[in-house]
Design a protein around this ligand. Structure first.
Ligand SMILES: [Mg+2]
Length: 117
C-alpha cells in the first residue's frame, strides 16, 4: 500500500482500514466500542502514571486507530471522517483569546458580551 505522506490523516485511516480488511474484520459496533474503551482505559492509566511518555504515545495511537474502527463499524465513510477532522482543525485554528477562554480545565466559548446600557 502506498501512502501519500502529505496527508497523515488519510494515511492513517487508509492504513487502519487496510489492516482491518487484511484480517477480514467486519466490526460490530458493540465490539468496536469495547475495544476502543479498552484502549481509552489503557491510555488513561498510562497518562495518570505519567512516567513513560513512549507508552502514553503508543496507547494514544491505539485509541485513534480503534476510534477509526468505531466509525467503520458505525458506517461512517472514511471521507466523512476526514472532512470532519479537517473541519475541527479549521475551527480550532480560528479560536483565539477574543472568542474563547481557558477556565476550569477546559477551553470554552466566551459568553457574548452583554449590551452596554
Ligand atoms: Mg493499547
Amino acid at each position: 500500500m502506498t501512502f501519500s505522506t502529505t496527508d497523515p490523516l488519510r494515511d492513517l485511516i487508509r492504513s487502519t482500514l487496510g489492516f482491518y480488511e487484511r484480517f477480514g474484520w467486519q466490526p460490530l459496533t458493540d465490539d468496536a466500542i469495547r475495544v476502543f474503551e479498552e484502549e481509552v482505559r489503557e491510555v488513561t492509566e498510562a497518562a495518570q502514571d505519567g512516567t513513560n511518555k513512549a507508552h502514553i504515545a503508543e496507547e494514544a495511537a491505539d485509541v485513534i486507530v480503534t476510534l477509526i474502527g468505531v466509525c467503520q463499524a458505525s458506517g461512517v465513510e472514511p471521507e466523512q471522517l476526514i472532512e470532519q477532522l479537517y473541519a475541527v482543525i479549521a475551527k480550532n485554528d480560528a479560536k483565539n483569546h477574543d472568542t474563547h477562554i481557558y477556565t476550569d480545565g477546559k477551553i470554552r466559548r466566551r459568553l457574548p458580551k452583554s449590551p452596554t446600557t
